[in-house]
Write a new protein. Structure first.
Length: 215
């Protein structure tokens, strides 16, 4: 990148597909400029969200009077359709592709480049955040486990261990009780669609022993 080139990343998300659409984008300038885009754009498909995200970063670049721009995205469909390599089979995407081309024409130099999803993390997070989907927290699975895994060393199935947890009032209707949370036995992790529950490999058996339900 030379000292006049701006860079942009775009991504779209849906929950489900079709469903609520979020667009995410990041525009970075050579002097440290940074513009973020995160917007809920209503119902539609993932491909439409990807196109809308690309349109949004191009719009932002035009507003910033960018002269030279590199745009990165992980949607091969959008990038190859805009470049003319792939045909557009969906009628809904034809006007969106034309809008991208119209915006592109307003910037003297634009290069579109495909990147793997893992290299598009910032735009991905922004697109998901727009529709209320957050990335799951990283859980140390050597400590926090599902009850099936915790029960194995004790010769107990997940169902058998779960019954003991219910008797000890550590779990109710499949969910950890406040007692379990207070004892540090349970960890509830947001997954964007609710919660995943993990149990502490050492503290859960200790709490069951305290309740005289585990040898």
């Amino acid at each position: 990148m030379n000292n006049s080139t701006w860079q942009a990343w775009f991504d779209g998300a849906t929950n489900p597909n079709p469903g609520a659409r979020g667009i995410g984008g990041v525009l970075k300038g050579p002097a440290g400029e940074r513009i973020e885009i995160s917007e809920n754009i209503g119902f539609g498909t993932n491909n439409e969200a990807e196109y809308a995200a690309l349109m949004a970063v191009l719009d932002a670049a035009i507003d910033a009077k960018v002269q030279k721009l590199e745009v990165f995205g992980d949607s091969q469909l959008v990038i190859k359709q805009v470049s003319g390599e792939w045909l557009i089979n969906s009628k809904a995407l034809v006007p969106m592709c034309q809008s991208v081309l119209d915006l592109k024409a307003q910037i003297p130099s634009v290069a579109l480049r495909w990147i793997p999803r893992e290299q598009n993390a910032e735009a991905d997070v922004l697109s998901k955040r727009a529709i209320g989907v957050t990335e799951p927290a990283v859980v140390d699975r050597a400590i926090w486990m599902k009850i099936t895994d915790i029960g194995k060393p004790f010769g107990l199935s997940g169902i058998a261990l779960g019954k003991k947890m219910d008797l000890a009032k550590l779990r109710e209707n499949g969910k950890p009780t406040q007692l379990a949370l207070d004892k540090g036995c349970a960890l509830r992790v947001e997954n964007g669609f609710g919660h995943d529950t993990y149990w502490h490999r050492q503290l859960l058996p200790a709490a069951l022993r305290e309740a005289l339900l585990l040898d």
